[in-house]
Write a protein that binds this ligand. Structure first.
Ligand SMILES: [Zn+2]
Ligand SMILES: [Zn+2]
Length: 154
């Protein structure tokens, strides 16, 4: 008999600005947070980064993997981006290769889960005002581990 869970497995796709690189994510994302830290703001050139963690096994490059460039933004964090158009794609973790961080701005569909809060609000752009009712955390939302949760952890 077919597993009913698989019948509803979410399939998300994303791409970079020049469309040389495309990727696919199968299954539910981990908790979604809006990150206001200065690294995320600089990397994205945006006022905040909306992100989630997934299992590496949920992720697949569909095309253009050879065009990726990489940058170590901190000791264990590697940022992967398109070498043609500069779009920010994924983060990988040298100290946890089973997980990937995904910025949600590049997705072509809406994920099924909703954002759970804002983090690193202490580093927020002074001119930006948060107007939703989501919880606001000065740094990590409870713990670093909470941000690296994937759907399978809950
Ligand atoms: Zn590109
Ligand atoms: Zn951040």
């Amino acid at each position: 008999m077919e597993n009913p869970i698989h019948a509803f497995t979410q399939l998300l796709t994303g791409r970079c600005l020049c469309e040389s690189i495309r990727y696919e994510i199968e299954g539910e994302l981990g908790p979604i947070f809006h990150c206001h830290c200065s690294k995320c703001r600089r990397w994205h050139g945006a006022v905040f980064r909306s992100r989630a963690t997934i299992k590496t096994s949920q992720f697949k490059w569909l095309k253009g993997e050879e065009l990726l460039s990489r940058y170590h933004s901190s000791e264990f964090v590697v940022k992967h981006f398109c070498s043609v158009c500069g779009s920010n794609l994924i983060s990988t973790y040298d100290n946890d290769p089973t997980k990937i961080g995904v910025p949600l701005g590049g997705l072509e569909q809406a994920p099924t889960n909703k954002p759970e809060g804002h983090m690193f609000v202490s580093a927020k752009s002074p001119w930006f005002k948060i107007t939703d009712d989501l919880p606001q955390h000065d740094t990590w939302p409870g713990s670093h581990a909470k941000v690296r949760e994937t759907s399978g952890d809950r």
